[in-house]
Design a protein around this ligand. Structure first.
Ligand code: ZN
Length: 315
């Protein structure tokens, strides 16, 4: 009996997380023959969702696994790794970092430790140490200190800095990596899995919630959306919200939101309205009830206002 108990304890220990546990359910959903994604919870990062509000994906080939993004903490990434292990024992070969926002890459060390090589776009070099990047870490530590702390590696150096579009093949599956930044961020990468027709689009598309615009250039972002449409994907895994089997339809929401905010803020700048005045008098009712409106929208509008001011000075 004692031996049995010891055995059970040992096997529990062998799979126990070396990171502080999470109570959110991290599950994997298959979207095509080789492609899976981890659907995050809706809304912005909070104590309730334990920072689990972004998606990540993985593709299983005969020669190994390719991962796209690594969730918002090592604890969440560790859960993701367990879900991959339930599907395949193949080695984790590669991680593609879609972009360096906290909710998408703070789990990266888990996959590095699992032996994966990390690929990212070189534009991210300028992210490290930037004011935004530092503030974000502080904010995450304050909010999610239990999971994001001194042991969280903020910026493990990638094994390969990509300088542009890159295609590769693994286990007979063709991967097309496209640099579509600067859009949502300077370093935005998307990954298209040819055989599956699946596009991992990162934060270029926010399905079912107000996007986080940050300091993105929405004019360039609108161009990047055209690149995504050109893939003619059958399925699209966005950075937030459920996977879509109507990608073209879903691209529209992000596009229309960006266009609307640009139009409204552009008009305000033209009419020399202050931001406060413009914000208060604009009709936002069609976005008001969407998740993340309260957390993201006002700042999106403000950043767009500043952008439209700069654009008007260039005219
Ligand atoms: Zn982002």
């Amino acid at each position: 009996m004692r031996t049995l108990l010891a055995l059970i304890l040992f096997s529990v220990q062998a799979t126990a997380s070396p990171y502080p546990p999470v109570s959110v359910q991290v599950r994997a959903e298959q979207v095509a023959e080789h492609s899976y994604y981890i659907p995050g919870l809706p809304g912005a990062a909070s104590l309730q969702n334990e920072g689990f509000m972004s998606n990540a994906g993985f593709v299983v080939t005969q020669e190994g696994v390719v991962v796209f993004d690594t969730l918002g903490s090592p604890s969440l990434a560790w859960e993701m790794l367990q879900r991959i292990r339930e599907v395949t024992k193949a080695p984790i070969k590669r991680v593609i970092v879609g972009h360096y926002h906290a909710d998408h890459y703070y789990g990266i060390q888990v996959f590095k430790e699992a032996g994966a090589e990390i690929w990212a776009h070189q534009a991210a070099k300028f992210v490290v140490g930037s004011e935004d990047w530092r503030l974000r870490l502080e904010q995450r530590r304050d909010l999610l200190g239990r999971w994001i702390n001194d042991k969280t590696q903020r910026f493990p150096t990638p094994d390969l800095w990509l300088s542009g579009d890159t295609d590769f093949e693994l286990g007979g599956i063709h991967f097309r990596i496209r640099h579509v930044g600067p859009a949502h961020s300077p370093e935005d990468l998307v990954m298209f899995v040819e055989q599956d027709g699946v596009l991992f689009a990162g934060d270029l598309i926010f399905k079912g919630r107000v996007p986080f615009v940050g300091d993105a250039d929405s004019r360039l972002w609108l161009n990047a959306l055209d690149t995504l449409i050109a893939f003619q994907p059958k399925f699209l895994v966005p950075g937030h919200g459920g996977a879509s089997d109507d990608p073209i339809g879903d691209l529209t929401l992000t596009r229309d939101y960006l266009k609307y905010v640009r139009e409204q803020m552009g008009r305000a700048v033209e009419n020399l309205l202050s931001f406060e005045e413009a914000y208060a008098t604009t009709d936002w009712s069609m976005y008001e009830n969407m998740p993340a409106f309260r957390e993201a929208h006002r700042r999106n509008a403000f950043n767009t206002y500043l952008l439209m001011e700069r654009e008007s000075l260039r005219k």
